[in-house]
Design a protein around this ligand. Sequence first.
Ligand code: PMP
Ligand code: GLU
Length: 394
Amino acid sequence: MLSNRASNISPSITLGISAKVKELKSKGQAIINLSIGEPDFLTPDKVKAEGIRAIKENITKYDAASGSLKVKEAVCQKLKRENGLDYTPDQIVVSNGAKHAITNGLLATINPGDEVLIPVPYWVSYPEMVGLVGGVPVLVQTKKENGFKVTLEDIEPHLNEKTKMIILTNPSNPTGNVFSREELENLCTNLVEKNILILADEIYEKVIYDEEFVSIASLSEEIYDKTILINGLSKSASMTGWRMGYSATNKTLAKAIGSIQSHLTTHPSTITMAASVVALNDCEEDVNLMVKTYKERRDYIESFFKDWGRLDIIPPKGAFYVFIDIGPLAEKIKADSLSLQVCDDMIELHKTAFVPGIGFGQDDFIRLSYAASMEDIKEGLKRFKTYVENVLED
Ligand code: PMP
Ligand code: GLU
């Protein structure tokens, strides 16, 4: 009954853990959830008010399949103002979340058998998305000593005539690392010279602390032309449930992406698009406040691991994740998957949820999301420390 495509697919591990936590909570268990990558802030009031206005003013009918002109113009203004990028509305397609924008971008560029380079550790959905459109995900292992930032050296052994694209996430989920301008320039100039497309997932752009954020398309004209820029409002404006993401590309690709979307979903809800204009233009203060809070939590977690001194973390510079090296537990825990076992133990014995690194292709790590209250973070880390000390002393 099932297509090959459906037989081979596995559900999102991050969403799966979140569902498990909700189920346990509904049974009365007090679980601390440090797993899901979903902002713990409310959508800003003025964005909600605009959504309500859109309903009241009957902005509830079909619009252009690639998104309303107003929202596409607001995206162009944002890209100019914040990233120094020149795009026109016919280069923008507004989709149902960044996930949808990424899948559209893959559908528009990948032929069966084309290879897509995915640096490991990767965000859970990339390999599945590439497989879904008939492409071949090529996993490129990166090095812990480079903070898991992919380098040309990592990529070179995987290049061949079938290599069509690379997916770069900056800031990174799951590592929280951020590329410098120099690193991006070196990497992307070389890849584009080899005619490789870049899918630049910049959804965590705003959640960045001490570093400069550099949008890949701004590096050079050649890179601009070969980049599928992906962004959205799930993280920056705490709008996960509204489903707003977008792509910015050259005109040929944008036209193809728009045609694909016109047959699959049309546009995101008109209510979401109206509210998104406000989120894109007028939410700087709200975003700054969220980022300030994330930074306080990041600083606490970093000093916690430093004071404890037992396990390494990748120094978190952006997004709201900490990637924790659980390699030292391998000697004590014998399991098919170390990270699954540790996360199972933490949830069963210590009622605290993390995401196992195996979901990101890196089994000797687990991911902590600090899109959670400081109280939960402190208690979750206390429990994790107790667990690790017990395991190591056994
Ligand atoms: N890219 C990355 C790296 C993510 O972590 C996520 C998860 N939210 C997405 C894309 C998808 O976001 P959206 O909610 O806009 O579909
Ligand atoms: N991207 C978030 C995460 O990594 C949300 C879950 C998902 O979309 O898979 O946790």
